[in-house]
Ligand binder design. Structure first.
Ligand code: ATP
Length: 512
């Protein structure tokens, strides 16, 4: 996959009604997007897959839907007011703003590319006898680059951990990092920039107070800990799941829906006995990967990235990274958050947030394992893994979204070969029968070949063509998206044939 493919996917998403820039008639709003008719279906189906896999099939996980606005003290307690910030730096010539850590990471990326170049050169030189592992561990040039990377990473992590902005600036100067736009090194100092959006709540300017748009959904779960405990039958270990909007004033928001300022998260906090968190961390790490793999995309698109540098509240953390068209990037985070959040909310609210364990007869603040995935990022992952340009036997090309059928925006398209001769009426009748069970589309415009292409492009797994023979023997042509195979089937058997492939059950079973 490449940047070029990424551009194609982005314009495909717009052309076929998946994603539009927000307020486009006013030239858009940076890093904010709207979902179109096909996009909203695909997004809802991804949500449903997550919700069912988390809540429906686990008797010890329940859901909530907390408000976006929360008491301002929540964000004091969680640490967001004081520490949810990114280090930023401006270039005085281009007036462009960057994340200081991203500039340094970009430099590391370049060194990595140099290593790859060395490997390519050597493999050409040695041909079949080339031993990549040996070369990587012995080539002096590769060693030099590797050492450089290690040193820079150490300094970067140290500076971030100690919140040492001067050290970040020194690193940028020493590495002679230039602005990709102006090409100069005319940088400002590094400063912190808080990512939370705030607004005013209340009628008069005197009585109004500052509230934040939540930057994550997790806190809505922690503050409802007692409510859920009292109103449901959950016993430790148990989880609370939530899907909802989150807002971050990202310094640079590029790469389409990968990094947005308004986005949606699907988070689950799993409460466990102190001391058992590592076991559950491993459990959820594997479970969550399995959830992704069940979709059937190439398993090499996924990898874990264990964090060496941990946030102050975590004692273990990993990312599930996905191979986006622009490289491997975080798709989901799994964090062992200790008892940090509940403890802080106890302190700030003065209310006890504890669990009485009937088995051990002890009362304690549970430890928490969090799984957190961006819905929009997941959407992009699904879209880019599904997007394929296929060369056909006749030399033509087709663009097809090979979406898992359960996630496809439309399951079935009903296509009368022509509108006349009663075929339209017959097709409408089939549509009216299937619509109760499946998201079904009807299309009678353009030649049949073009209509197939259109359904391929939006990932509809089944097309049903109604022709003159249908009138005689009550059969239709059923066309499969991926193989393009067509078979003649009786109308009355349609639902039964497609049902199996469209049921969440099988997907959920292989995700479990
Ligand atoms: P990143 O390092 O990419 O900024 P993060 O580590 O800050 O992400 P978390 O706070 O762990 O992300 O959020 C959990 C998930 O929410 C991420 O794995 C990602 O899928 C999603 N997410 C976070 N920020 C954004 C954003 N600006 N736009 C879209 N999705 C996001």
């Amino acid at each position: 996959m490449s940047e070029d493919i990424f551009k194609k996917i982005t314009s495909h998403a717009k052309e076929y009604g998946f994603i539009f820039p927000s307020s486009e008639i006013y030239d858009g709003l940076s890093a904010v997007y709207d979902y179109g008719p096909n996009g909203v279906q695909l997004k809802n189906n991804i949500k449903e897959y997550w919700w069912k896999a988390m809540v429906q099939i686990h008797e010890n996980i329940v859901g909530i839907d907390a408000a976006i606005f929360m008491h301002p003290k929540v964000w004091k307690a969680s640490g967001h007011v004081d520490a949810f910030h990114d280090p930023m730096i401006d270039n005085k010539d281009s007036k462009k703003r960057y994340r200081a850590d991203n500039l340094i990471e970009g430099y590391i990326e370049k060194l990595q590319q140099k290593i790859e170049k060395e490997v390519k050169k050597a493999s050409k030189r040695f041909g079949e006898n080339f031993d990549k592992e040996k070369f990587l561990s012995e080539s002096p040039r590769v060693q030099k680059y590797k050492n450089q990377i290690r040193e820079i990473e150490n300094r970067l992590n140290n500076a971030l951990e100690k919140q040492d902005l001067k050290a970040l600036k020194e690193l940028i100067d020493e590495l002679e990092i230039t602005d990709p736009v102006s090409g100069t090194r005319n940088w400002t100092e590094v400063k912190y920039f808080n990512l939370m959006f705030d607004t005013r709540m209340g009628a008069t300017s005197e009585s109004a107070s500052t509230v934040y748009l939540r930057p994550e959904t997790a806190q809505g779960i922690f503050v409802n800990f007692n409510n859920v405990l009292k109103t449901s039958r959950v016993k430790i270990p148990f989880g609370i799941a939530q899907i909802g909007k989150a807002f971050r004033n990202e310094i640079i928001a590029r790469q389409f829906i990968f990094r947005m300022r308004e986005f949606e998260q699907m988070e689950m906090q799993f409460f466990v006995r102190p001391g058992q968190e590592m076991k559950w961390f491993e459990h959820w790490k594997n479970k969550r990967l399995q959830w992704h793999l069940a979709l059937g995309f190439d398993k090499n698109f996924y990898r874990f990235h264990d964090h060496e540098q941990l946030a102050h509240y975590a004692n273990a953390a990993t990312d599930i990274e996905f191979k986006f068209p622009f490289g491997f990037k975080e798709l989901e985070g799994i964090h062992s958050r200790t008892d940090f959040d509940l403890k802080m909310h106890e302190q700030y609210s003065g209310k006890k947030l504890r669990y009485f364990d009937p088995e051990t007869q002890e009362t304690y603040i549970p430890y928490v394992i969090e799984t957190s995935i961006g819905l929009d990022r997941m959407f992009l992952a699904v879209l880019s893994a599904s997007y394929q340009i296929e060369k056909l036997d006749d030399g033509s090309e087709r663009i097809v979204l090979k979406l898992p059928p359960v996630l496809a925006p439309n399951k079935v398209a009903i296509l009368p070969l022509v509108k006349k001769d009663g075929l339209k009426e017959l097709a409408t009748e089939i549509f009216d029968n299937l619509k109760w069970e499946y998201q079904t589309v009807y299309d009678d415009k353009d030649a049949i070949g073009r209509r197939y292409r259109r359904q391929d492009a939006i990932g509809t797994p089944f097309c049903i063509t109604v022709d003159h023979q249908t009138k005689d023997d009550q059969t239709v042509t059923l066309r499969y998206r991926d193989s393009m195979k067509q078979e003649r089937v009786p109308v009355e058997r349609l639902s039964e044939i497609i049902k199996d492939k469209l049921h969440f059950k099988h997907l959920l079973q292989s995700s479990h």
